[in-house]
Design a protein around this ligand. Structure first.
Ligand SMILES: Cc1ncc(COP(=O)(O)O)c(C=O)c1O
Length: 523
C-alpha cells in the first residue's frame, strides 16, 4: 500500500495525500505533485553568486541562518577540550547532560530487552531463559509485535502505534486526563521534536518565540536556523530562577510594538541550565498568560523525573491546564519528553517525543507529512521510550532490581546536586542556587574588574575566558553562561552534576583550588 493510501485510510484525508505525494515517492491523484514550474524572473536580475574560489559550498555562500546559528554546548570550549583530550590530558566532560559518558550505568532490564530486540534469534535459543529473566523475554516479544519486520524495518513516520499507545497510557495515568496516541509523535531524541514545532510556527523573521534567558541553546540555534526572532524573557536569579510574568508581558508588548508576531512561549521545567522546578501556581500563571495573549505553549519537560526537592514535585503543564477547566483546557500546548534524561540517561539511543494538545487536526496532518519526509524515527529509540513509560510492575521478576537501580540513580544525583551547589557557594565571589531538578549547576561568577579587563584584552567574553582558564588548569570542561544567555553584566558557567560520586568531590575541590588561585591573581 502506498504511504498516501495508508495515510488516507488512517486519517481520511485527501488533501494530505496530495501534499505528501512527493515524500511518498510518487504522485497519488490531483495536480499538486511538488514539481511546480520555476518562478518568473524578477525583472532582469541575474541569479545570486553561485561559487567562490572554485567552491559552490563556499562558507561565504551558505544559508545565512545556518552560519549564524550557535550552539555553545559544543562550541569553543568543547573543541578546546577535545584538543586537550587528543593530546592525552584527562578532560572531565561536564559540558553536556550525557550521564553515561561520566560512568552512569544503563538500567539492566531496559538493556536486556533492547539486546533481545536487536538479536531476536536469541528468543529462540534453548538457553535464553537461563540468561534473561522471564519478564525481559516477555517484554521483548511484546515490543516486537509493535514493529512489523522487527527493528530493522521503517516504522510509521509518527512512530509505532503500539509504542504511542503505551505513551498515551502513561500520560493519562500521570495526569489523570486522556491522551490520544494520534497526537503523539516519536522522534530521534526530543531535539527534532522541538525543531518540528519551531519550523511549523516560524513563517518568517517577523515571527517571535518567547524563550527564557538563560535557555538551552537548542532553542536559540533552531529559531535562528528557521529564520525567526528569539524574544528573551529573564528568569529571576535572585528568586531561584523563577519566571516573572510581568517581565514576560513587557517583552511581548515590546516585540509587538516592533512588528513581531509573538507566537509561542517556551519554558523548560525543570530548568536547563538553571535547575529550578515550576510550582503548580507558576504553571497556572503561565497558562493564563498564554491564553490571554493567544500564544502556543511549548513545555520542555525532558527532566520530569530528575527532581531533587520533595516540596516541588513535577507537575505537567497539561495536567494543570485540564485542572483549570474552561477556557484554559483549550490552550494550544506541545509537550516534550525523552529517554536521554531521568534515570535512563540513554542519550545515544535517541528516543524522544512530543504530545500535541488542542492543536488543529490539519496542523497535526502537516506535522505528519514533515515526519514522513524522514520516513521513520529510529526504532531502538522508540523501544527505549516504551521501556521508559512502562517499566516492570510490582511482582514481576525484574521489578525490585529495576526500582533499586532507577531510584538509586536519582538519589545519587540529588546528593551530587547538593555537593556541587555547596561547593560553589563555599568559594569567594561565587553564588549558586540549589539545583531543584534537571542535571546542572549554574553558578554566578562575580568576577573582579581586573579579571574582566584581562578577558577583554584577550578578546574574549569574561565567562568564556574564565572557563578556558579553568579547562586549561584542571581539565574541567564547562560551558560559559553567555552560551545560554545571561543578564547584561553578569557572568556564569554551567556544569552538569553528573561526575560519579567517587569523582565529584575531586571535581569540586579541583574547581575550588583553581578559583582560589584565580582570585589571588585578579582580586
Ligand atoms: C532542556 C532540553 N530539552 C531538550 C533536550 C534534547 O535532548 P534529546 O534530544 O537528547 O532528547 C535537552 C538535552 O540536553 C535539554 O536539556
Amino acid at each position: 500500500m502506498s504511504l498516501c493510501r495508508a495515510i488516507q485510510q488512517s486519517r481520511g484525508l485527501l488533501s494530505l495525500c496530495r501534499s505528501v505525494s512527493l515524500a511518498a515517492g510518487g504522485p497519488c491523484h490531483g495536480p499538486s505533485h511538488g514539481f511546480a514550474s520555476l518562478p518568473d524572473p524578477i525583472g532582469d536580475e541575474s541569479p545570486p553568486q553561485n561559487s567562490k574560489d572554485g567552491k559552490v559550498l563556499h562558507p561565504d555562500l551558505l544559508n545565512e541562518n545556518m552560519v549564524r546559528a550557535e550552539y555553545a554546548v559544543r562550541g569553543e570550549l568543547y573543541h578546546k577540550g577535545e584538543e586537550l583530550r587528543k593530546q592525552g590530558r584527562e578532560v572531565i566532560f561536564t559540558n553536556v547532560g550525557n550521564p553515561h559518558v561520566l560512568g552512569q550505568k544503563p538500567l539492566t532490564f531496559n538493556r536486556q530487552v533492547l539486546s533481545l530486540l536487536a538479536a531476536p534469534a536469541l528468543l529462540e535459543h534453548p538457553k535464553v531463559a537461563e540468561i534473561y529473566p522471564s519478564d525481559a523475554i516477555a517484554r521483548a516479544k511484546q515490543v516486537l509485535t509493535y514493529f512489523p519486520g522487527g527493528l530493522g524495518a521503517y516504522s510509521d513516520s509518527r512512530g509505532s502505534a503500539g509504542v504511542r499507545k503505551e505513551i498515551a497510557d502513561f500520560i493519562s495515568q500521570r495526569d489523570g486526563y486522556p491522551s490520544d496516541p494520534n497526537d503523539i509523535f516519536l522522534t530521534d531524541g526530543a531535539s527534532p521534536a522541538v525543531r518540528y514545532i519551531l519550523q511549523a510556527i516560524i513563517r518568517n523573521e517577523r515571527d517571535g518565540i518567547l524563550v527564557p534567558v538563560p535557555q538551552y541553546p537548542l532553542y536559540s540555534a533552531s529559531i535562528q536556523l528557521y529564520g525567526g526572532q528569539l524574544v528573551g524573557y529573564n528568569l529571576r536569579e535572585e528568586n531561584n530562577w523563577s519566571m516573572d510574568i510581568a517581565d514576560v508581558k513587557k517583552r511581548v508588548d515590546d516585540a509587538r510594538a516592533k512588528g513581531i508576531a509573538v507566537r509561542a512561549l517556551v519554558f523548560i521545567n525543570p530548568g536547563n541550565p538553571t535547575g529550578q522546578c515550576l510550582s503548580y501556581d507558576n504553571l497556572k500563571d503561565i497558562i493564563k498568560f498564554a491564553h490571554e495573549e493567544n500564544i502556543v505553549l511549548m513545555a520542555d519537560e525532558v527532566y520530569q523525573t530528575n527532581i531533587f526537592q520533595d516540596e516541588r514535585p513535577f507537575v505537567s503543564c497539561k495536567k494543570v491546564m485540564f485542572d483549570m477547566g474552561a477556557p484554559y483546557n483549550q490552550q494550544e500546548l506541545v509537550s516534550f519528553h525523552t529517554i536521554s534524561k531521568g534515570a535512563l540517561g540513554e542519550c545515544g539511543i535517541r528516543g524522544g517525543m512530543l504530545e500535541a494538545t488542542n492543536i488543529h487536526p490539519e496542523t497535526i496532518d502537516q506535522l505528519y507529512k514533515i515526519a514522513s519526509i524522514n520516513l521513520s524515527p529510529n526504532t531502538f529509540g522508540q523501544a527505549g521510550l516504551a521501556l521508559m513509560v512502562n517499566p516492570p510492575k510490582e511482582g514481576d521478576p525484574s521489578y525490585e532490581q529495576h526500582k533499586a537501580e532507577s531510584e538509586g540513580i536519582i538519589a545519587s544525583m540529588r546528593r551530587r546536586a547538593r555537593i556541587m551547589t555547596d561547593g560553589f557557594n563555599a568559594c569567594e565571589g561565587v553564588t549558586c542556587n540549589y539545583t531543584e531538578g534537571a542535571m546542572y549547576s549554574f553558578p554566578r561568577l562575580h568576577l573582579p574588574a581586573k579579571a574582566i579587563k584581562a578577558a577583554k584584552d584577550a578578546g574574549k567574553s569574561p565567562d568564556t575566558w574564565y572557563c578556558l582558564k579553568l579547562l586549561n588548569d584542571t581539565g574541567i570542561l564547562t560551558v560559559p553562561g553567555s552560551g545560554f544567555g545571561q543578564e547584561e553584566g553578569t557572568f556564569h558557567l554551567r556544569t552538569t552534576i553528573l561526575p560519579q560520586e567517587d569523582k565529584i568531590k575531586d571535581v569540586i575541590s579541583s574547581f575550588q583550588g583553581f578559583h582560589a588561585k584565580f582570585m589571588d591573581e585578579y582580586r
